[in-house]
Structures are given as structure tokens and as C-alpha cells.
Design a protein around this ligand. Structure first.
Ligand SMILES: Nc1nc2c(ncn2[C@@H]2O[C@H](COP(=O)(O)OP(=O)(O)O)[C@@H](O)[C@H]2O)c(=O)[nH]1
Ligand SMILES: [Mg+2]
Length: 489
């Protein structure tokens, strides 16, 4: 665990770290940041001018200052105090991406009084030097680790300060209201004037609404970060595993003509239209005496409550009389001829009529159906489920697989757009606590408990809002934010 003390105590040290990925690589960048970075860098570099300019690259031979041995040739980039990522004087060495060169360069820097940086220490310095606030520091980490375009863009928005701007506006409004309420405490012995009080009430309400709007991004942020969980459910042999593989574009789940092949669920990640999808293939939902399979079925049932979207897969041959090979006539008028295949019709009927908004219906193995049969199925489906969409899909021919992915992405409603930002659980917790405190302040004013009580709650709300920005912080917050960083960022 990293502590505040570790960062703060070593705050005046000049620190270095490899900031690029694993060696060997084309180029490796070693960053050196702190008061002494130029003084140290020049002891290693040959032929540099006396006065170097900020934001310029200089070609140089890099030597071990102890024995003058040349370690490599490369570029030295110089950033003046106040003009770098960390806000401190910074030098960056761009050298050949060799593990040996990097090791020798780092040990030369060490011999000149610099020390190896802690995890996220460059970003921490950017934070304490006021280059970025805490949400922006978090955004750096989020951007580096983003796994989908949506996540990367939204994190970049945080880094560019869009979330900070929203939070800072709330902070400013809170400070303003608090100042007025506190003036009320100082200057009146009596209770606040009624009209002033109702002004405060409406301002607090407005602020609560603003916080609510920011919080509404939380669900979207979670979906973008963890991915949309989509389960494929249906009877054994409906072709769930085949469809799962088709959507993924690889053979991940075992396909077999024998029912009950998929016993446990299989989960795999994929990207579609910049969205992360977590696709889950499940065991067929049916009664079984096989104990292992029964557990799989139970897990599939449990998963139904735990996914963001359910794809209900129906075997097209269900709609054909008898087996899938008998295609003479469709048993679509099942509601009228219930005796012919009573169990099946009841089941299909109940599924189609009780569709929830997070369920997508697929008639699979559509290669088995004629045009006429499709029209009839559509007719029945419409009659039972209204305006819902029905997809004909075949893993064999590939029909409808793309449309299904499109519908999944659309139904998931992962719609962060250009102006949206990511809300992490730390932000959401603080926003919820701030909202609760505002409600308390409102109750205090409503019930005539006086401005002192309201001011107390407004202070709690303000503290929570300032925690988001990092204006107040403690070891826990720093640990939470910076311990997940890698060394070199
Ligand atoms: N005609 C046809 N058969 C399919 C299709 N998809 C799967 N099958 C067959 O249906 C059987 C069951 O497939 P599987 O994916 O294991 O079904 P699951 O039990 O629902 O996972 C296998 O024999 C597959 O070859 C399809 O699109 N068309
Ligand atoms: Mg299967």
C-alpha cells in the first residue's frame, strides 16, 4: 500500500522511470522529473548547449558519468519548470528500446542522486502541482487501461476536464449558498426571513437535480467499463452455442447435436461498434435428471437475473410440425390447435407474450424456413408481442448474425456521446452523500431548525464534492487512486 507520507516525504526528490512499455522495443523513453533533472541529465549528455530551450529535442550521446563509457545515442527532450506533465523541470531520454540500455541509463541517473519513481508518482506530482485535479488523474489511469473506443473517448473527456467543470460548478454554487446561509447565522438572532428561506430551498433543490444529472451517467459508465453482459438462453439444441461462436467470430463454445452439451456457462468478451460486450452461452433450459447438467441449468436460471440483456433463442423447427425434417406445414396456429403440440405451444406462447424490455427474440436455424413460413411466424409473433422486433438468424448461413449484434448494441443503450464523461464508484459515492446532505439541509430549513443546522449539512455536501476534485484528500483516497497506476506514469 502506498501512503500519503511516501509521496509527500519524497516530493522534493528528482525521480526517474521507464515510461514506455516492455523492452525490447523500438524506442524507450526514460523520464526524469524534479528540480535537479537538468543538472543530472547534463552530466550524462554530451555536446548539449549551455542554455537549452523548453519543448525542444537535442540529439546527444549518453554516457555513464562515472567512467565516461557511451551507453547509447538518442534524444533528450527538455521541459522547463511549470511546462511539463508533472509541472516540474523534466528531461526525457529517448533511447533504443533495449533492456540493457534502459537498465544502465537508470543506474547512471541513480548514481547522480535521482531515485526510481513510485507507482503513478509523475501523475501524483501533476496533481499536487495543480496541473490536474483528482478526477483527471483518475482519467489518465482509465484512459491507459481502456478496452473499448467508448471508454477511451469518455476517459479522455474526463482528462480534458469535462467532469471537473461540472463538479466545479456545483462546488461554486454550494460555496455561494453556504456563504449566504452563514451570513444569516452571523447577523440575525432570529430565524431567516421566510422569502430568503424559500430561495435557499429552491436553490438547494436545483443543486440536487444537477447532482442527479451527473449521477445518471454512472450506469452508462459502468456499462462502458465492465461491458454489456448479454446471455443467450433457450432450450437444449436451439443452437445457442453455434450462435455464440458466430457472434464472437471464433469457435469458443462446443457445438453438438446431442442435447445437454453446454453444462456450465461460457463467457467471452468482444468489441462491437466500440462497445465492450460480454457474451454468455448457457446450458439449455429444461428438466433433466443428470445432476451435473441440472446444476448448469440452475446457473443459467440464476444468470437470467444477472445480465443486462437476454437473447431468447428459439429453434425454427419448433414451428414446424413434428421434427425439423418434417417441413410440410407449420404449426403456427398452435393457439387454436393446442392438442397437437400442447406443451410446446404453451411454452412458446408464454415466452412471446411476456417479453420483458431486456429480452431479444431470435428464431434460429432460419435456413430451415421457407419465405411463407417466416411470414406466418412473424404474424403470430406480432399478434402476441405487439411491436417487438423478431430476428431470423442462422448460424449455418450467417443470416441475421450481424443484425443481432446491432440490435444487442442498440438495446443495451450504451449511448455515451461526445460530451459524456465517466463516473467512477468513488465519484458516485461522494455525489450520493452530497445529495443526502443537501436533503438534510433542506429538511432543516423546512422544519425551521435554523440556518446553523442547514449550514452543517451544506458543509458536509461541500466536503464530498471537494473530495471528488481532490481538494481535500487523505491516505485512503490517494491509495485508491494512485496504487493502481503502473510505475512510469
Ligand atoms: N440447420 C441448422 N442447424 C444448426 C444451426 N445452428 C446449430 N445447428 C445445429 O443444431 C445442433 C445444436 O447446436 P448447439 O449450438 O450445440 O445448440 P445448443 O444446445 O443450443 O448450444 C447442432 O447439431 C448444430 O449443428 C443453424 O443455424 N441451422
Ligand atoms: Mg450449447
Amino acid at each position: 500500500m502506498l501512503g500519503e507520507s511516501q509521496y509527500i516525504e519524497g516530493q522534493t526528490d528528482t525521480i526517474y522511470a521507464l515510461t514506455t512499455g516492455a523492452t525490447p522495443s523500438g524506442v524507450a523513453v526514460v523520464r526524469l522529473s524534479g528540480d535537479k533533472s537538468w543538472q543530472i541529465a547534463r552530466t550524462l549528455s554530451k555536446n548539449l548547449p549551455e542554455n537549452i530551450e523548453s519543448h525542444r529535442a537535442y540529439f546527444t550521446s549518453i554516457c555513464d558519468p562515472q567512467n565516461e563509457e557511451i551507453l547509447d545515442e538518442g534524444l533528450l527532450l527538455f521541459f522547463a519548470n511549470g511546462k511539463s506533465y508533472t509541472g516540474e523541470q523534466t528531461c526525457e531520454f529517448q533511447v533504443h528500446g533495449s533492456a540493457v540500455v534502459v537498465r544502465d541509463l537508470c543506474s547512471a541517473l541513480n548514481s547522480q542522486g535521482a531515485r526510481s519513481a513510485l507507482r503513478g508518482e509523475f501523475t501524483f506530482r501533476a496533481f499536487v502541482n495543480g496541473r490536474i485535479d483528482l478526477t483527471q488523474a483518475e482519467a489518465v489511469l482509465e484512459l491507459i487501461h481502456s478496452e473499448s473506443s467508448k471508454e477511451a473517448r469518455a476517459s479522455l473527456n474526463n482528462l480534458r476536464g469535462i467532469l471537473s467543470k461540472n463538479i466545479t460548478e456545483i462546488e461554486a454554487e454550494l460555496v455561494r449558498i453556504l456563504a449566504h446561509v452563514e451570513v444569516g447565522i452571523d447577523f440575525t438572532e432570529e430565524r431567516l426571513d421566510h422569502s430568503v428561506e424559500s430561495d435557499f430551498l429552491s436553490q438547494i433543490e436545483e443543486l440536487s437535480k444537477q447532482i442527479g444529472t451527473i449521477l445518471s451517467n454512472y450506469r452508462q459508465s459502468k456499462l462502458v467499463k465492465t461491458g454489456l453482459r448479454v446471455g443467450l438462453f433457450g432450450a437444449p439444441n436451439a443452437g445457442k452455442s453455434s450462435l455464440f461462436n458466430q457472434i464472437l467470430g471464433r469457435e469458443r463454445s462446443i457445438v453438438s447435436k446431442d442435447a445437454g452439451t453446454t453444462r456450465d456457462y461460457v463467457e467471452a468478451e468482444m468489441l462491437f461498434r466500440g462497445i465492450k460486450l460480454r457474451l454468455i452461452d448457457t446450458a439449455g433450459l429444461h428438466e433433466t435428471s443428470d445432476l451435473v447438467e441440472a446444476q448448469g441449468v440452475q446457473r443459467a436460471q440464476d444468470l437470467k437475473k444477472d445480465v443486462d440483456l437476454k437473447v431468447l433463442v428459439f429453434d425454427a423447427s419448433l414451428f414446424l410440425n413434428g421434427s425439423s425434417s418434417s417441413r410440410s406445414q407449420i404449426n403456427l396456429d398452435c393457439m387454436q390447435h393446442e392438442n397437437e403440440s400442447l406443451q410446446l405451444s404453451d411454452w412458446v406462447t408464454s415466452q412471446f407474450t411476456q417479453l420483458a424490455s431486456d429480452e431479444i427474440v431470435v428464431v434460429h436455424k432460419s435456413d430451415l424456413l421457407s419465405q411463407q413460413e417466416r411470414i406466418k411466424i412473424l404474424g403470430i409473433f406480432k399478434a402476441m408481442s405487439g411491436e417487438r422486433e423478431l430476428l431470423f438468424v442462422s448460424s449455418l448461413s450467417g443470416e441475421g448474425v450481424k443484425s443481432l449484434s446491432e440490435l444487442i448494441a442498440k438495446s443495451g443503450n450504451v449511448s455515451l456521446d461526445e460530451t459524456d464523461f465517466m463516473i467512477q464508484s468513488r465519484h458516485a459515492d461522494a455525489l450520493m452523500q452530497a445529495k443526502r446532505a443537501l436533503l438534510e439541509a433542506k429538511t432543516s430549513l423546512d422544519e425551521g431548525l435554523g440556518p446553523e443546522c442547514a449550514a452543517l449539512d451544506l458543509r458536509i455536501a461541500l466536503d464530498q464534492i471537494q473530495r471528488i476534485l481532490g481538494k481535500t484528500f487523505n491516505d485512503d483516497i490517494l491509495n485508491h487512486v494512485f496504487s493502481e497506476f503502473c510505475i512510469g506514469k
